[in-house]
Design a protein around this ligand. Structure first.
Ligand SMILES: Nc1ncnc2c1ncn2[C@@H]1O[C@H](COP(=O)(O)OP(=O)(O)OP(=O)(O)O)[C@@H](O)[C@H]1O
Ligand SMILES: [Mg+2]
Length: 393
């Protein structure tokens, strides 16, 4: 492995010095520059100094007492540093899940726990070079779509399973993660998983892409499934552990679909805040829409209200009840309507063959349409559509 050049950014003299020693101690990386202040604006001289050092990795120390400036600097460095665009690793406390989420949203590729060891850094450097070798470049991070129900039995698992299959059929590189307290997704797909999310989280400190792979179950079309537990867990993993798991998932998959079903706790809220879109699956009845409004409020407490959308399942026209009524009652924008096909859906679940695998039916087209709607603004999807058009014309 060629030696990586690293820049260390920390306002704390001691942290800066320790990080330098640790990086050099990995013997696969070398500190080429250190900064004692965080860049605060795009044209900050600190950005220019870091750029001229051409690092492959920038380590940003995120202090516990005032993380905001460090997180902002990650965003600036992520936007400004080009040719080469380095990987940014945040170093911070695992006791602040919201800081982990913000650092990752701002563009940090890894969030490494402090106090850090040379082994932690070495593993992160190895992961970086392994990803670069695999993709030939620093790939974009995947997108997470979380599916949660307004009330038990509204259709979250059905939506998550079929949406994941539709995304995988259209674009490949998709994972389905079952976060429900009892995992039903593998039953819907007739899978017999050996491992579950709990195993991945239990091994989080040594989890890399190949270990993650070994915990996943492959569906016959290629979709990778990280199954849910088959019994309630005695100890729930911490939100920070989930943050780390999702950090890995978005580095390896283009799309990650999460079945949260009825799970409504700090972990599902964390995963929702890491998501590109949260689909709240409800029926068009008063109790379901009332619950949707409550859940929407709970999720919005940590920001990102605009990312939560309403999906009406088992939809059929009801005289005197309009879509605008559903939006008003839930406080959410309606993104999609899934038709009511009880016989087809329940038979598909009983047989373990999802409707997406059963040919071109109205309900399968609805899930494909939802996948297309979610990805319509993705640059790569657009580019591919354009080049297909060019080939045809
Ligand atoms: N579009 C649909 N048309 C008709 N029936 C449906 C549809 N979607 C789901 N169902 C029915 O609703 C039931 C519950 O669906 P599903 O298990 O996906 O819901 P859930 O929100 O994940 O429930 P849970 O709270 O148990 O996690 C299914 O067994 C199926 O029979
Ligand atoms: Mg479910």
């Amino acid at each position: 492995m060629a030696e990586l050049s690293v820049v260390v950014v920390s306002q704390d003299n001691e942290h800066r010095a320790i990080l330098q020693v640790l990086v050099d101690g990995t013997s696969v990386a070398r500190v080429v520059h250190t900064c004692a202040s965080y860049p605060v604006v795009a044209n900050d001289p600190v950005v220019r100094r870091i750029q001229s050092a051409s690092p492959e990795v920038v380590l940003v120390d995120v202090p516990v007492d005032n993380p905001a400036n460090a997180v902002r600097s990650i965003e600036i460095l992520h936007q400004e540093l080009r040719d080469p665009a380095p990987a940014i690793f945040a170093i911070g406390s695992m006791s602040q899940p919201q800081v982990i989420v913000s650092a990752m949203r701002s563009g940090a590729k890894e969030y490494i726990e402090r106090p850090t060891t040379a082994t932690d850094l070495l593993e992160a450097f190895v992961r970086l070079t392994a990803t670069q070798r695999k993709t030939g470049r620093e790939g974009p991070r995947g997108k997470v779509y979380t599916i949660i129900n307004a009330k038990g039995g509204s259709g979250a698992t059905t939506t998550a399973v079929n949406l994941a299959l539709a995304l995988h059929a259209a674009h490949g590189g998709t994972a389905l993660v079952d976060m429900a307290s009892l995992g039903h997704a593998s039953l819907h797909m007739n899978l017999k998983p050996v491992f579950s999310v709990a195993d991945a989280v239990r091994n989080i400190h040594r989890l890399d892409s190949s270990l993650l792979d070994s915990f996943m179950t492959r569906h016959n079309g290629g979709l990778q499934v990280l199954a849910g537990p088959n019994a309630p867990l005695p100890i729930e993993p911490s939100t920070a552990e989930f943050a780390r798991l999702f950090d890995l998932l978005v580095n390896h998959f283009r799309y990650v679909v999460v079945d949260a079903s009825s799970r409504m706790d700090a972990t599902s809220r964390l995963v929702c805040s890491l998501s590109e879109a949260v689909l709240l699956v409800a029926h068009a009845d008063v109790a379901s829409l009332w619950s949707a409004a409550r859940i929407q409020q709970y999720l919005a407490e940590t920001g990102g209200r605009e990312r939560v959308h309403l999906v009406l399942n088992r939809f059929r026209k009801i005289p005197g009840f309009s879509e605008a009524d559903a939006e008003a009652a839930s406080g959410l924008k309606l993104m999609w309507k899934i038709p009511n096909h009880y016989f087809a859906v329940s038979a598909a679940i009983d047989r373990g063959v999802p409707v997406m695998q059963q040919g071109n039916t109205e309900i399968a087209r609805s899930f494909s349409g939802l996948a297309a709607k979610l990805t319509e603004n993705d640059v790569e999807v657009k580019r591919r559509t354009w080049s297909l058009f060019k080939t045809v014309s």
